[in-house]
Design a protein. Structure first.
Length: 320
């Protein structure tokens, strides 16, 4: 509370953009693990509060000749703390090589390498969902097998474009069944109007009976995904790539998976995690509190919408 009511007040009065956070003296008979955990949590709290006020925090390792018992004494300590706090963005998983990555412009080797990099970097701490979407079934299966081989627990496969095929449900069922028979990891369907059609809730529910179909990214009108959610129950996770609808879908449909689009990265920073905050509150049933935080992001949503040039969504998101 002292940081919030004193340091931030002084910074505001002086119009100072940065606040120096001192680590303090090491208490006797306290383990390094307890000291680290306490300092990391306090620093993360201070950084988050400062960010809300539009200010940054800085830390300073001090040599032990100047202050013999200071806690933060090495540059390596400081870098580790910064890295730890910067990594806490409230994102539980990463979708690899989807449309935002412009997978359609990548070679097979590049797509495989992007999967490998992400699995190597975060595979032990976060869920990885590798996009294996392609018009060529052999490529889909090759990528799916590669994802499984490197340790990715899930893949997502976009419904393909189907030319001259007015009756397509059986073809799509066989398509997903063939893929499911080739790997032993979880598969998420993906239906979007880019395919030239939308998979019906009835077809999706049928495909959901396949043993390793675990989810669907269902980029469709709300009435369609509401119907599918009620049809499949907890058999698979139904989600849609809309942050605007996410809060309502948690509250009204008991959704627990945001699959997936870029707002968790675009609307959050290392220390401003309001999307995660309103999500967690809504999960716990604290709807009124969650709604206040959700609504506080409206200026961010509007700024993003107004600054987005026509026909350049991936470039705009990456620049943002």
């Amino acid at each position: 509370m002292l940081f919030r009511s004193t340091a931030l007040d002084y910074a505001a009065a002086l119009d100072c953009p940065r606040i120096h956070i001192m680590a303090g003296i090491r208490p006797k008979d306290t383990s390094d693990a307890v000291l680290y955990d306490t300092y990391e949590k306090n620093l993360a709290f201070a950084a988050a509060e400062a960010a809300k006020a539009g200010r940054n925090v800085i830390i300073e390792p001090i040599n032990t000749r100047t202050i013999p018992d200071i806690y933060l004494r090495y540059s390596g300590q400081a870098l580790a703390l910064i890295d730890a706090i910067a990594s806490v963005d409230g994102i539980d998983g990463v979708f690899i090589a989807g449309k935002q990555s412009e997978f359609f412009s990548m070679s097979i080797a590049e797509r495989k390498r992007s999967m490998e990099i992400v699995v190597d970097e975060i595979g032990k701490t976060s869920c990885v969902i590798a996009s294996c979407s392609d018009q060529n079934m052999d490529v889909v299966i090759e990528l799916a097998k590669h994802a499984q081989a490197i340790g990715a627990p899930y893949i997502v496969v976009h419904a393909p474009v189907l030319h001259f095929l007015p009756t397509r449900d059986e073809t799509l069922y066989q398509y997903y069944m063939t893929i499911s028979e080739q790997v032993d990891i979880g598969i998420a369907m993906w239906s979007h109007e880019d395919s030239g059609y939308l998979m019906s809730p009835e077809l999706c529910a049928r495909i959901a009976e396949l043993p390793n179909i675990v989810a669907i990214k269902y980029s469709v009108p709300r009435e369609m995904y509401v119907k599918l959610t009620r049809m499949v129950g907890d058999k698979i996770q139904v989600s849609t790539a809309s942050e605007v609808e996410w809060f309502d879908n948690i509250v009204e449909l008991n959704w627990r998976l945001y699959l997936c689009s870029s707002p968790p990265y675009l609307f959050q920073t290392k220390v401003d995690r309001r999307m995660r905050e309103y999500t967690d509150l809504a999960f716990k049933g604290e709807v009124a509190k969650a709604k206040v935080i959700r609504d506080s992001l409206n200026p961010v949503r509007e700024a993003f919408r107004r600054s987005r040039p026509a026909e350049k969504p991936p470039a705009h998101s990456k620049y943002w």
